[in-house]
Ligand binder design. Structure first.
Ligand SMILES: [Zn+2]
Length: 248
């Protein structure tokens, strides 16, 4: 008994014991039969990375059990991925774009909040808690941990490939096509709450002398009280963001 899986495009690079580069596809023949999801994940590819499963020209679901000798083609998701749309592999769409971030890509949380995206983060959460919160609150789970994404309950997640936090941010924005949804400086980077405008008089006691002189417009987090203003670091962030906006 055997089943052949053909992993297409960048799924090849996620395979266990993958040692060839520049391959458009990689063929793996397995001598056991199980659900196609189990077979795919046994090769190191989390189900969250799969966009479609095709056999004999027909789309298959994750619980499809192949027959002896069958050849199954496995394709990655194609950006921009619309998470608000129901598909054969993911019947329950995400209601609106929001994230939960694992500690192994922790700095990404702050950057996503900086761009206004609703992002839960707590470095103390266990894998079980991350998966549970993602499911209960309909969040997209971002991580570098394949085992976490292979958990049964996780529907929406992404294995982050990039190394630096800014590159990870670009990766997420481009993957989900979020350029038009960016609301810069609208959310507290510390606690995720939406910021509200505040008059200078109300918060002047909290400001350093130079900030007090140089700036007149401020926002404040209604939850943690942190005050924000458009200082020199804003220019730095805007420059970084220009890279996202100009990347096709
Ligand atoms: Zn806050």
């Amino acid at each position: 008994m055997s089943v052949t899986l053909v992993f297409h495009r960048d799924l090849s690079y996620l395979l266990k014991n993958h040692n060839e580069s520049n391959k458009q596809s990689t063929v793996r023949t397995l001598d056991r039969i199980a659900s196609v999801k189990d077979l795919i994940e046994s090769q190191g590819v989390p189900h969250t990375e799969v966009g479609s499963i095709i056999s004999n020209g027909t789309d298959k679901s994750f619980d499809y059990i192949p027959v002896d000798g069958e050849v199954i083609h496995v394709y990655p998701l194609t950006p921009p991925v619309d998470v608000e749309k129901s598909t054969l592999l993911r019947e329950n769409p995400v209601k609106e774009i929001s994230f939960i971030v694992d500690v192994n890509v922790g700095r990404l949380a702050k950057l996503l909040r900086l761009l206004g995206f609703d992002t839960l983060y707590n470095p103390d959460w266990s894998d079980k808690e991350l998966a549970g919160i993602a499911v209960r609150h309909n969040k997209i789970l971002l991580t570098k941990d394949r085992e976490l994404l292979m958990r049964k309950t996780v529907t929406w997640g992404k294995l982050i490939r990039s190394i630096s936090p800014w590159e990870q941010l670009f990766e997420v924005i481009l993957f989900y096509g979020l350029k038009d949804q960016i609301k810069l400086f609208s959310r507290c980077t510390s606690c995720n709450s939406l910021l509200v405008p505040v008059t200078k008089e109300k918060i002047v006691d909290q400001l350093e002398p130079l900030t007090r002189i140089m700036y007149n417009e401020f926002t404040q987090c209604p939850k943690c009280g942190k005050v924000f203003w458009r200082g020199s670091h804003h220019q730095h962030i805007l420059k970084k963001l220009q890279n996202i906006m100009t990347t096709k």
